[in-house]
Design a protein around this ligand. Structure first.
Ligand code: SF4
Length: 404
């Protein structure tokens, strides 16, 4: 079957030039109950959530915002529509029956937060939160403690402090621009950040985590991709959760990155009633791969405040992974991963194939039932590569950059 990408349904009253202007999409973002009522017929659950959100005393629900483009992908009346579940607040967000953490990744712990706007959790890489603004506030967001608080682009003093930290932390090899959404900032601001990071000799890789190709793909302009290419190697981490998000406009955005030599990796989050079915994950993964974007992660949803109704059980996620295994090529298969709550780092899941373990061998049953044995070489046969010493100083520097 030939993979096809359909255009998002532009409302008739909007001109094509406005529709394809990302700044127009941001300016026209829907934020209030009235804004949303012009596009949607709201359910009682959704109306209640808006009412709660608008009262300062009881402001429990995460900020609300959606671009007209992204809203056009959602069903106008069906509360259960997958895209609608991502963008529309729901009264279920007020429940904290199971788990409700403001900072599930432990990013606010002092040890992980050396200076404002920097999260340094792993030795070789750090997050740089350059803005807290997103053009759509996803209901499952894991960083509700920071995102959408209207702090906007980083203050100059914090910016300089962050760069100073990166310069002085020699083991850092990778900076991940995150937020908020780093692609909501202007080309000039982004250019400044990238060129300042490129002046730091030990920073090798820059990653940009963004949902703009999903929620406002017209952000991906010729000028933007030229800026990213100029500061290579830059990796683009997109965040498509559902095949319906891959419109013709989004597909074009992904291909523009790849055509300009910018690798694209996708991180999806498994969400209850949105994409927790193997047929949906495989459809998304195949379409992404067709566009030369690597399906990278399939995350278990973090127990961020207000997400009980959007989370799947780990057993449900493992079942999805098991069904996909053997039917989806390794290139298309995302890694199932979970962030251990309270900032415990990542835990990976793979289907269990080992059936027995001994010192000398391990027995396996493969995905389609083939059984066999892998025999270990004996311990006295194991040698160290003769040139390992050459790489030791670099390795020690990386390890030392993040002391527990
Ligand atoms: S785009 Fe990312 S940071 Fe922004 S609301 Fe969505 S998940 Fe949170």
């Amino acid at each position: 079957m030939k993979i096809k990408f359909d255009s998002a349904p532009k409302p008739e009253h909007v001109s094509p030039s406005d529709w394809m202007d990302w700044t127009w999409q941001l300016r026209q973002s829907m934020k209030s109950l009235t804004d949303f009522q012009t596009y949607f017929t709201l359910s009682e659950n959704e109306t209640t959530a808006f009412a709660t959100n608008q009262s300062q005393d009881t402001k429990q629900v995460f900020n609300v915002r959606a671009t007209p483009y992204y809203a056009s992908l959602a069903h106008k009346t069906l509360e259960q529509d997958p895209i609608r579940r991502i963008l529309m607040p729901h009264s279920a967000e007020l429940s904290d029956k199971f788990q409700a953490q403001l900072d599930p990744l432990g990013e606010r712990k002092n040890t992980n937060n050396p200076v404002a706007r920097v999260v340094h959790r792993y030795s070789d890489r750090a997050l740089f939160l350059i803005t807290d603004i997103c053009s759509v506030y996803c209901r499952y967001c894991t960083r509700k403690h920071f995102t959408g608080s209207d702090q906007a682009f980083i203050k100059n003093s914090e910016y300089e402090q962050a760069l100073e930290y990166f310069r002085n932390t020699k083991g850092l090899r990778e900076i991940i621009l995150s937020g908020g959404d780093p692609l909501t900032v202007s080309d000039q601001q982004l250019e400044r950040v990238l060129s300042d990071l490129r002046k730091i000799e030990h920073i090798e890789i820059i990653r940009i985590g963004t949902r703009m190709p999903v929620v406002a793909p017209m952000r991906v302009t010729e000028n933007l991709v030229k800026i990213l290419r100029k500061h290579k190697p830059v990796f683009l981490m997109t965040h498509f959760n559902h095949p319906r998000e891959l419109t013709a406009e989004a597909a074009q955005a992904v291909e523009m990155f790849v055509d300009h030599g910018i690798p694209v990796m996708n991180q999806m989050v498994l969400l209850n009633g949105v994409n927790n079915h193997p047929a949906i994950v495989q459809a998304l993964s195949r379409r992404l791969l067709f566009l030369r974007a690597k399906p990278y992660y399939m995350f278990q949803c973090d127990p961020s405040i207000g997400t009980d109704h959007l989370r799947t059980s780990i057993d449900d996620s493992l079942e999805i992974q098991k069904e996909l295994w053997g039917h989806l090529s390794g290139l298309a298969m995302p890694n199932l991963s979970l962030d251990i709550p309270d900032g415990g780092g990542k835990a990976y899941y793979v289907p269990k194939f080992e059936t027995s373990v001994s010192d000398s061998e391990r027995t396996f049953t493969g995905w389609d039932g083939v059984q066999s044995v892998y025999k270990n070489p004996s311990a006295d046969q194991i040698i160290k590569p003769i040139d390992a010493e050459l790489y030791l100083p670099e390795w020690e520097e990386v390890k030392a950059s993040k002391k527990k």
